[in-house]
Design a protein around this ligand. Structure first.
Ligand code: NAD
Length: 455
């Protein structure tokens, strides 16, 4: 079926109105949940084939996240979809105002390879909960997971309701020409620019969930043992191929050596002496990314790790000491198991340095000081983050997840997903029992005086 036909069929189907009913939407989400439960083993196998990810990590970061989102929507959808009453100015006497929660229509979801199931299905859940039809374009790089999602979703939902289009950048560009009612993109900042440009031609509204370099600050009074543990976990889960992984660490000079020792200990505790052979430790997605990461450390001072195996595309957890801000590893998003560690003298300098950089998707602060917490949170703009932990803010459906500035536009998860895929249609309903003639010509000066007084 051609892309044009799919887009057209979805529009026609949407206007039949089936998706407006809350019961219909809930039934579809239950179907999706059952589909995932029935095919859990196949899903784990496909993601593992894509990049040797540990089954435990797959369950937690790919399946649980989607189940959580489905459960949230099943519980809250009715309330979220309900029209909201709002106040009406006296000027419009006598009328009532309300917001209607309209689904957008047929939406395009474009997903990346790094969490190939959850980053495709979490927005899909939000879009379906809000009453939309969806065309999903998963990543061609995580090809096993994309093929499986296509097979499972196509076998469960009619194409005019949920459709999967596998393909590369060209397929995405063709999709963008169809003029969907919304485009939800997760991927790199560089491709995000191209998506926005292409969507602009049909004035398709976009949500951009992008990447960037997320800093992790460790102050002199931080609980270093906990910090080391939580930084290592957030950085090396999925071998660092997480959009919100701490990209680099800025640590107060007085505690730098101790933090490094603790990080090294935790790496050994988590992944053993030979992380390459450890099934809990993921590989890099492609040889191209593997080589890109090796290039990044070539000129740097490696103080831990730095080993690799081309066969399995694994690079061991690697620590880099004091890279220059101008070096490639401090310029581009790392997206791999390399952790630069830089020391600082003053938190004020840290804030000034970060204010000069693009606004990151996440920021992590390890500190016991309320003053530092307030200062950093108030001085820096970033998508979201954690104090004294890393990456867990992603897994709270009550928080909006998204970037700001170069790290993205818009947000999702829970209520924020529902709102992203909903148009709030403002309506005033006026009485027909009477009609105050004040606003109609011929205009009269007394009315004008009265109006001026009211203002
Ligand atoms: P990517 O930008 O290369 O690809 C994402 C999607 O865009 C894929 O489906 C791909 O087929 C498509 N695409 C690629 N080039 C295109 C083009 N020229 N025109 C149209 N479509 C195109 O990203 P990736 O490599 O799959 O994922 C890694 C990036 O995604 C990292 O930068 C990471 O930070 C970011 N990311 C962000 C989030 C988030 O939630 N903010 C989550 C995961 C990943």
């Amino acid at each position: 079926m051609s892309i044009h036909t799919i887009a057209k069929d979805q529009k026609n189907y949407f206007y039949q109105g089936d998706t407006l009913s809350i019961e219909f939407r809930k039934k579809q989400l239950r179907k999706l949940k059952q589909l995932l439960a029935d095919n859990q083993d196949q899903i784990i196998e496909a993601i593992h084939k894509d990049f040797s990810k540990a089954p435990f990590e797959i369950y937690v970061s790919e399946l649980l996240v989607v189940y959580d989102e489905i459960n949230y929507m099943l519980k809250n959808m009715k309330k979220l979809a309900r029209p909201e009453k709002v106040k009406t100015p006296l000027l419009h006497f006598y009328s009532k105002s309300r917001l209607l929660k309209d689904p957008l229509g047929s939406v395009l979801i474009i997903s990346p390879w790094n969490y190939p199931l959850s980053l495709a299905l979490t927005p899909l859940v939000g879009a379906l909960a809000a009453g939309n039809c969806v065309v999903l374009k998963p990543s061609e790089i995580s090809s096993h997971t994309s093929a499986l999602m296509n097979k499972l979703l196509s076998g469960t939902f009619p194409k005019e309701y949920v459709s999967v289009c596998e393909g590369d950048a060209e397929t995405t560009q063709t999709l963008l020409k169809q003029g969907f009612d919304h485009c939800f993109f997760t991927g790199s900042t560089e491709v995000g620019r191209k998506i926005m440009q292409a969507a602009g031609k049909t004035l398709t509204p976009v949500t951009l969930e992008l990447g960037g370099k997320s800093p992790c600050i460790v102050t002199e009074d931080a609980d270093l043992v906990k910090a080391a543990c939580r930084i290592v976990w957030g950085k090396f889960v999925n071998a660092g191929q997480t959009c919100i992984a701490p990209d680099f660490v800025l640590v107060h000079e007085s505690v730098k050596n101790r933090l490094i020792l603790l990080i090294q200990e935790v790496i050994k505790r988590f992944y053993g002496e030979g992380p390459i052979d450890n099934p809990d430790y993921s590989g890099i997605i492609t040889e191209k990314h593997f080589d890109r990461l090796l290039d990044l450390i070539e000129e740097e001072r490696v103080i831990h790790g730095g080993s690799y195996e081309r066969n399995s595309l694994k690079i061991t957890p690697t620590l880099i000491d004091e890279p220059d801000w101008a070096s490639p590893i401090m310029q581009e998003e790392i997206f791999g198991p390399l952790l630069p560690i830089k020391s600082y003298e003053s938190i004020v300098d840290v804030v000034h340095t970060l204010q000069d950089k693009p606004k990151p998707l996440a920021l992590y602060l390890f500190t016991e000081s309320e003053v530092y917490k307030e200062f950093v949170m108030e001085s820096l703009s970033f998508g979201g983050g954690c104090i004294n932990d890393t990456i867990i803010h992603f897994a709270n459906a009550n928080l909006p997840f998204g970037g700001v500035g170069e790290s993205g536009t818009g947000s999702y998860h829970g209520k924020y997903s529902f709102d992203t895929f909903t148009h709030k249609k403002g309506i005033i309903e006026k009485t027909t029992l009477f009609d105050l003639p004040l606003r109609y010509p011929p205009y009269d000066n007394n009315t004008l005086k009265w109006l001026k007084k009211m203002v």
